[in-house]
Design a protein around this ligand. Sequence first.
Ligand code: GLU
Length: 444
Amino acid sequence: MSYVDEILERTRVQNPAQPEFLQAVQEVLESLRVVIERDEDAYRRDALLERLTTPERCFIFRVPWVDDHGQVRVNNGYRVQFNSAIGPYKGGLRFHPSVNLSVIKFLGFEQVFKNSLTGLPIGGGKGGADFDPKGKSDREIMAFCQSYMTELSKYIGADTDVPAGDIGVGGREIGYLFGQYKRLKDVFEGVLTGKGLTYGGSKARTEATGYGLLYLTQEMLKCNGYDLAGKTIAVSGAGNVATYAIEKAWQLGAKPVTCSDSTGWIYDPEGIHVDTLKEVKEVRRARLTEYAARRPSAVYHEGKGVWSVKCDVALPCATQNELHLEDAKLLVANGCFAVAEGANMPTTLEATAYLQEHGVLFCPGKASNAGGVATSALEMSQNSERLSWSFEEVDAKLQDIMVNIFHNLDQAAKEYGMPGNYVAGANIAGFKKVATAMQAQGIV
Ligand code: GLU
């Protein structure tokens, strides 16, 4: 049996109830076959793939908190420190009822390659809780964040592990988490990124994931002979990534016509109105029905269906496994020629294969959504030098990073005989740096 197949089997046997983690490992290892086969004996002797697919450390802890009725509630908290070969663990925290060890391990595993692709010195980690922020008061959110940080603070630090936001964790939550860390440790350090601008946050961090997605998409289109300007874009999601992807799409001359949340989706033929979206989602924390009520041109559809709209480019920015084979078929039938992932692993393995087989340009999230974590690394740099850079400076660095990422994965795909296969390119380019660093550091 080949070394890759051996490790896939081992991962399946050891993690039987972790479908998301298995999916992520399968996607990466399938692309690495060509690299591993060139030097199979050395990789096997060093057990490099066993080490790569096994987190350095996983913490699972109890998070008790008191709700507004005086009832004590208990959630499961997680932090997975996956790989520190190229820098301190770095990756977001997700607060969502779907969170479990499989989800956090898949996200942490993806983060290792994503962070490597940024070219910056950050290892991979991820954390979160099965806490549902929906419908909670500000005080309940604060109580939860403080209790979560009381435990998490034992494992993190500015040079050890630096969490940030993800689904359900934005500026408000990072503020409460940071306040509690500082109170417990009595140290003001860059232990979290995505901080507010008054206490060490970086300009352009809020916008970075969505903006970065569009910078990379623009470069991918350009290198394949297309112009992003004038294109119709379907976007899913209505959180931080989707909102700033929509904003940047407009700025680059494209027209984003959809967005979605957990209950339904919007088709706005005149294009999604960014200020209305921000007011509804960021300020009022309301449902998209409110967006539809404020925009006469918008049509609200209950449930799923965002990928049934005719578009040139699709940007899934909601969550994992939101774009299925049936959706991929609809996109191709409707003339969509490019997909770039804003979320982490939003496209299923079958849907990805279908899109690639039908000539659709496809960029995986670990490359196209890396702008968020890259800007987090820039926030860490600013914290270390106790300075803050202008919006323009950070944004210019972000653009450079995204363009470089695209060229790195394009190059890696060509080098290994798979031109245009950006999934393989991203996995190979991300892997090589991490593997070289792991080999250099001995058996740890
Ligand atoms: N949660 C984001 C991601 O998936 C950002 C992580 C960070 O900034 O550390 O990459």
